[in-house]
Design a protein around this ligand. Structure first.
Ligand SMILES: [Zn+2]
Length: 1223
């Protein structure tokens, strides 16, 4: 497109400066290109002197040759000219062309085919007017013999020839009904006449072509109508209302006609009769409003028509008539009326505004105009917005039926099942609120009622296929918007899609719904918050309330600070009123805003019974009453109102605190989930998203700490860590305090202590462990008294936090510890034997018949509470061991009984009954407690080994009597030797930390340091489980084994492998070799053979081959100890071997076997090894009552991370890696 072809004339016409054409011609300028360098002085010379005209010309040139904004316009002009040249029949270009932006508007005339298919180019025509047939500039003859022709913009449509002052006007100066045009003829000087019954209009075109064209289209347009107009010379309008109306600003009244969806203005009734009027007003853009007694305004975007009726009464009729016309203009009243027949459809589904006229046809909601605007903002892939009144075509009978069948109310039972009242819209909500709500509601699906199959794609699809065969359209809606795929395969060849299935089963409404959702975008990620509609509760009565607060209540609130309030709980809102006579509440809390309800201990405040409500916006409300029953009832009702159905069992608990918290656990530390928690005593009951309820025994936690600037509460259980996040400060801080208090030693009874996993108080466990390691050879153990102040300090330290105290030899004295244990039992509330039954225990000691006595003790033992039972057994076991070494410690059965009788029975010790009972218990320990003799024997052997070791060390070099052993760091050499004091309680993890700390070694990310048992002779090694106690291992060593602290390089790979597994099992081929001694000579025989192995949580089975159905061998996994490595002497076929030691302790003679396995690859070996470890650890965990979600993680013998959440996250990041990528 080059401006060289644009003529100066065309250009000047665009600028409306065609009068200068001759001047340009004289200057020899014919094309636009020739004008490009024109300067103002040249224009002067050409006689163009008016500054405005000069500016217009220069600006246009500047644009054309400069930024080329006009290029496209001019390019269009050129294309049009080419069309004209090629004789295109549809677009005839006049000499007067096309607009230049910022300059004048178009002056050409555009011929449009009468089909009206071409869009109408000017903006005022965008309203649905009758299609314009032809429009353009014409001169019109002056009325009543005036001198000058008037320039008019003229438009022709089927009904009217209209003329306007200019092309921007919406309202014409005059209209001539085509029905009344009797003749159109060309006359001289480019003119043509339009003749009506009694008036003739003369127009002048600018060219012959133009004139002829107008004549042709006018004749075409009027010809078919002529018979009608001649037969009946009256208006073709069928007016609904007509008469004289005054238009403010005009002297004479106008004859006004309201017909269908338009209002026509005529000078007088005669003009109306001959079809010659002033203008018509499209009522689709109109609005009518009464302004004064007789006045009313008809407002359109283009003009306000202020009318004055002849009387007030007439004004009313006019207003009514015009409003009807507007309704008519908004056309499909019928659809809207029918949709509104369903009562809930006459209120906007989103904001509740009345008479909503729009609908989202795929979401099945009827909404108001403002909400529809926000729906449109979501895009048609989410919400298909249609007008009830204008989009006639879309409203098929089926779609209308869908909307009647569902209705806003039922549909909202899905879409808005869980709207927090604070987020709900009202008709006056601002656009920002609307946008947020509508996005949440439909794009995020935040308030949806979750379909029970949610998350299970296959089930959802199946359910959809089944459901579309019946008439439950709401269910289909719920399925689709909970993720069912409307385009899924039904698996049936004849009806492959849900749509075809619906049709086949004559379910047109289902088909209709589906058809509008074929391309619907699947709703965004489900909000992890599962709100299920709480059960409907209502309750009311008087309560006493203090002012609400933004911080925790620390001080006691006196009665005077409370005011009596009438309180109601209804429809999910808790409201309080000045009195029961008031109807307006002083305040209201929506149940969905409540995040925590805390029941306070009686008499904490001025009122006997109080409770606190915490709400989302960090405020706290305190309520009280003196009536315990009313208190209980309120607590129950309020809790019921905000706890979702999924966590309902919590309501049955006698909780001190209940509410929701955000938390993370398991492998998924990236996303938090909502958990519902209730604290009952020392047990935290939790319902985490999607999981069954679980109990966390706070006193049994391995660790409890608040991290990250008081924002995360970390609860470490064995094998699992739970992070509770402080989403809100106020309630979180109180939860932390409550949980910490509940996790500590809550009191003086046995069950209130921090407990081990086997339900023994940590203090008892620690003391017994310490004495076993360090005190069994101490003369007069338990008889000698310690230093009183130190004993008192130890007791206090244990009371504060028993778990954090580690008894260490050298630091703590044996006699202090033994007396701490005695003092604990002596001061124990209720006593070990319980105050109720202790006399019965003492009575049993008097029974003569031994077997009767034993069964009586057994009976009483089984009657004890769980913790007492476990503690008693552990203590008697300990005392049994102590007296077995009486030749060293001088504490025989009798001596021990003298000490422990009065201590445990809390008597003054004046008579020996209590001592006799203890003596019985120790003496008959194995029968009363049904002890496994083998196990006891092993235990005693272990103790013997410890004692021997101590003796050896004591008599040898160590003057302080410390128990010291040698471990190596990274490799076994003299410089890597570490001498570590090892108390009996030290675990492998503690040993590792101790050595690393001592050598200042920082543990880096993904480094797993472990303590290894290395056998030089067997050329095998194994990492100790992090909780394994080191000392017994050391004692079991021969001289050819040692402990080595080193990194577990394969750990990462093993974790990744385990993370990829659903359960801990493995099967596959390995090469097997057995160690057999020939003739007792200890010579090994045989070689490696291929065998098929199946390893599961119970056993390792070996099959001759894959197809064998009977195993050759079957070993219980718990009796296997698996080491890495195989002696080279055995000539293993690959270097990826395992040595397996099988030890059976059950039989009279302990059995020990050793055999070997070889894998083809390193990763194979690691997989087998990881599976073994994970299974064996699982066995250790059987004491833990519930299945831990991330057991796989805790299973492997890695050091538990006690670091921040970030460190934790880094260490589990490996889980997300591709398990196949393991090297
Ligand atoms: Zn609305």
């Amino acid at each position: 497109m080059c401006e060289s072809r644009v003529t100066v004339l065309d250009w000047l016409c665009v600028l409306r400066l065609e009068q200068y054409f001759e001047a340009f011609q004289s200057a020899g300028l014919v094309t636009l290109r020739q004008c490009r360098d024109l300067r103002p002085d040249q224009l002067e010379q050409m006689g163009i002197t008016l500054p405005g005209h000069q500016r217009r010309i220069l600006a246009s040139l500047n644009k054309t040759h400069g930024k080329s904004d006009t290029y496209s316009q001019l390019g269009q002009l050129e294309r049009d000219q080419r069309l004209e040249e090629t004789g295109n029949a549809h677009v005839l270009q006049s000499k007067r062309p096309v607009p230049i932006p910022g300059e004048e508007k178009p002056q050409g005339s555009v011929y449009l085919p009468s089909s009206g298919k071409l869009s109408i180019p000017t903006k005022e025509d965008s309203s649905p007017l009758t299609a314009v047939i032809k429009m353009g500039w014409l001169d019109k003859n002056p009325p009543q013999g005036a001198l000058y022709y008037q320039r008019r913009w003229v438009k022709l449509d089927v009904d009217y020839l209209r003329y306007f002052d200019n092309d921007k006007d919406v309202y014409s100066k005059g209209i001539i009904s085509t029905a009344f045009i009797t003749n159109v003829t060309s006359v001289g000087e480019l003119k043509f006449e339009v003749v009506t019954n009694n008036r003739t209009f003369i127009f002048r075109a600018e060219s012959e072509v133009e004139r002829n064209d107008w004549v042709t289209v006018l004749q075409d347009c009027t010809r078919g109508r002529r018979p009608r107009s001649t037969i009946s010379p009256s208006s073709p309008l069928t007016p609904e209302y007509q008469g004289n109306l005054e238009l403010r600003g005009l002297r004479s009244k106008l004859y006004t006609v309201v017909a269908s969806d338009k209002v026509y203005l005529y000078k007088n009734i005669e003009d109306y009769r001959i079809g010659v009027g002033i203008t018509s007003i499209e009522m689709n853009v109109g609005n009518v409003k009464e302004t004064d007694r007789r006045c009313f305004d008809l407002t359109t975007p283009y003009r306000i028509f202020s009318f004055i009726a002849e009387s007030e009464q007439l004004r009313e009729q006019w207003v009514d008539a015009m409003r009807d016309a507007i309704g008519e203009a908004l056309s499909n009243r019928e659809v809207a009326e029918r949709i509104w027949v369903e009562p809930s459809n006459s209120l906007c589904a989103d904001c509740g505004a009345v008479k909503p006229e729009w609908a989202a046809i795929n979401l099945c909601v009827v909404v108001c105009k403002r909400c529809a605007g926000e729906h449109r903002g979501l895009g048609p892939s989410i919400s298909k917005v249609r007008s009830l009144k204008m989009d006639r075509k879309v409203w098929t009978e089926e779609l209308i039926q869908v909307f009647l069948l569902l209705g806003n109310e039922r549909v909202n039972s899905f879409w808005a099942a869980n709207v927090p009242p604070s987020e709900a819209l009202t008709p006056s909500s601002c656009s920002e609120e609307r946008r947020r709500f509508i996005t949440n509601k439909y794009r995020q699906g935040k308030y949806r009622k979750y379909h029970p199959l949610y998350g299970n794609q296959r089930e959802l699809n199946n359910a959809l296929c089944i459901n579309v065969q019946c008439s439950d359209v709401l269910e289909t809606l719920s399925l689709i918007f909970c993720g069912a795929d409307v385009n899924c395969s039904t698996g049936m060849a004849s009806w492959p899609s849900p749509l075809s299935l619906a049709n086949a089963h004559s379910q047109p409404l289902q088909a209709e719904l589906i058809s509008h959702n074929l391309n619907t975008e699947v709703v965004g990620d489900m909000d992890p918050v599962h709100y299920s509609a709480p059960t409907c509760v209502s309750h009311n009565g008087f309560l006493f309330k203090t002012a609400s607060m933004a911080r925790a209540i620390t001080e006691r609130k006196a009665r005077e600070e409370f005011s009596r309030r009438w309180c109601t709980l209804n429809d999910g809102t808790f409201s309080y009123y000045e009195s029961d006579k008031n109807s307006n509440p002083n305040g209201a809390l929506k149940a969905s805003e409540i995040v925590c309800l805390a029941v306070e201990p009686p008499e904490k405040h001025g009122y006997d019974h109080t409770f606190e409500l915490y709400i989302e916006s960090e405020r706290l409300y305190l309520f009280g009453t003196d009536d315990p029953d009313s208190h209980k009832e309120w607590v129950k009702s309020i809790a019921k109102s905000f706890i979702p159905a999924t966590a309902e069992p919590l309501l049955r608990l006698g909780f001190e605190r209940i509410g929701r918290l955000k938390c993370k656990d398991g492998l998924n530390l990236q996303t938090s989930k909502v958990g519902w928690f209730a604290l009952v005593g020392s047990t935290l009951h939790a319902y985490l998203a999607d999981s069954q309820g679980e109990e966390i025994h706070l006193r049994k936690l391995n660790e409890l700490s608040i991290q990250q600037d008081n924002e995360v509460l970390v609860l470490v259980e064995r094998g699992r860590t739970l992070y509770i996040e402080g989403e809100r400060k106020l309630d979180f801080a109180d939860w932390c305090t409550a949980i910490q208090a509940a996790a500590g030693s809550g009191g003086d009874t046995l069950s209130q202590q921090q407990l081990t996993e086997t339900d023994i108080p940590v203090i008892v466990h620690s003391c017994i462990g310490y004495i076993t390691q360090c005190g069994l050879t101490s003369e007069g153990i338990y008889r000698k008294s310690g230093v009183n102040s130190r004993v008192a300090a130890l007791c206090e330290r244990f009371r504060r936090d028993a778990r954090s105290l580690r008894l260490r030899e050298g630091e703590h004295q044996v006699d202090d510890v033994s007396n701490t244990l005695k003092r604990f039992f002596r001061e124990l509330e209720e006593g070990l034997f319980t105050s109720e039954d202790s006399s019965t225990w003492l009575g049993a000691a008097a029974i003569q018949d031994e077997s009767m006595k034993i069964s009586q003790y057994q009976l009483l033992f089984n009657k004890l509470p769980h913790v007492n039972k476990a503690t008693l057994q552990a203590l008697i076991n300990h005392l049994y061991c102590v007296q077995r070494f009486s030749e060293l410690n001088q504490m025989n059965l009798h001596n021990l009984a003298i000490v422990f009788g009065p201590t445990l029975f809390q008597t003054d010790g004046k008579d020996y009954t209590a001592g006799r009972a203890i003596e019985d218990l120790i003496q008959h320990y194995t029968s009363i407690f049904e002890v496994d003799e083998q196990q006891l024997k092993r235990q005693l052997e272990e103790i013997t080994a410890i004692n021997q070791m101590r003796e050896k060390l004591n008599t040898n070099t160590e003057p302080g009597g410390h128990f010291i052993c040698t471990v190596y760091l990274e490799e076994k050499k003299d410089t890597a030797e570490q001498h570590v004091k090892i108390p009996g309680s030290m675990t492998a993890a503690e040993l590792v930390c101790e050595v690393l700390d001592r050598r200042n070694i920082m543990v880096k990310e993904k480094e797993y340091w472990s303590c290894w048992e290395i056998s030089d002779k067997e050329e095998m090694e194994r990492p100790l489980h992090y909780q394994e106690r080191v000392l017994p291992i050391l004692h079991s060593f021969g001289t050819d084994s040692h402990l080595l602290i080193k990194k577990h390089v394969a750990m990462d790979a093993m974790i990744v492998y385990l993370a990829s597994k659903v359960d801990a099992s493995k099967h596959g081929m390995m090469k097997f070799r057995e160690e057999r001694s020939i003739l007792g000579l200890g010579l090994s025989s045989g070689s490696f053979h291929d065998r098929y192995f199946i390893l599961n949580s119970n056993s390792l089975r070996m099959y001759k081959e894959v197809r064998s159905n009977r195993p050759e061998r079957d070993w219980p996994v718990k009796n296997l100890k698996v080491y890495l490595g195989v002696k080279k002497k055995l000539r293993p076929p690959t270097c990826w071997g395992l040595t397996v030691v099988y030890e059976s302790k059950k039989q009279e003679k302990p059995e020990r076997q050793q055999w070997y396995l070889c894998c083809d690859t390193q990763s194979e070996m690691r997989e087998w090894y990881a599976t073994f470890l994970s299974i064996q650890d699982g066995l250790q965990q059987t004491r833990v009552s519930r299945v831990l979600p991330d057991a796989r993680h805790g299973n492997v013998s890695l050091i538990p991370l006690r670091g921040s959440e970030n460190e934790m996250r880094n260490s589990v990041a490996a889980f997300s890696q591709d398990p196949l990528a393991v090297s």
